[in-house]
Design a protein. Structure first.
Length: 192
């Protein structure tokens, strides 16, 4: 199997064998078991992750309670930009909710890649801008929605999460209690 980042970059431009080798060396593919923490509160994020297969849950602990803030699944990038860019301790956790295969993106190796192959910086910047734009739009929609609308958005846009993550984590992500999520699901199932 060809490296996922080589595949993605090859769709945008032709790559030389040296460029393919540098990508493979710079961004190793690793598999982590369910329950493994890729990042914990207090750590400085040195790596970001591109999910090939699996699921990463992002959460914070607020007043002793886990608050799920994101789920990253296939073709999503999981990064704590605040910790990574500002070199400050993370407030977030990244936990694998199932066996997860990722490409590990190390900031130092990425900078070396840009020095060796400067044209990649533009591709990565454009990809980052698209990802940030999508995240901003999703956050805006989330903030302006009520719990039922948030749930329906998940059903429509990310239906895999419904059976893939525990109900209490999904409820936390939606900003509600598990009992409230159960009521929303029951009402929708009964057509109310």
């Amino acid at each position: 199997m060809e490296h996922v980042l080589v595949q993605m970059m090859s769709q945008l431009t032709s790559l030389s064998p040296a460029e393919c080798d540098t990508i493979r060396e710079s961004f190793p593919i690793k598999t982590f078991e369910k329950g493994h923490y890729l990042l914990k509160e207090g750590m400085i994020a040195n790596e970001a992750f591109f999910v090939i297969k699996g699921c990463i849950r992002e959460f914070e602990i607020i007043e002793g309670e886990e608050k799920t803030t994101a789920f990253y699944t296939e073709n999503d990038s999981a990064a704590n930009f605040d910790s990574q860019a500002n070199r400050k301790p993370s407030m977030k956790y990244f936990e694998c909710t199932e066996t997860t295969m990722v490409t590990v993106l190390d900031g130092e190796k990425e900078q070396n890649l840009y020095k060796i192959h400067p044209r990649f910086e533009r591709f990565c910047r454009e990809g980052m801008e698209k990802m940030m734009g999508s995240q901003q739009a999703a956050l805006s929609k989330f903030i302006t929605s009520n719990p039922k609308e948030r749930y329906l958005t998940i059903v429509e846009e990310r239906p895999d999460l419904i059976n893939r993550v525990p109900q209490y984590q999904l409820a936390s992500y939606l900003g509600i209690k598990p009992e409230t999520l159960s009521r929303i699901r029951s009402k929708l199932a009964s057509g109310k």
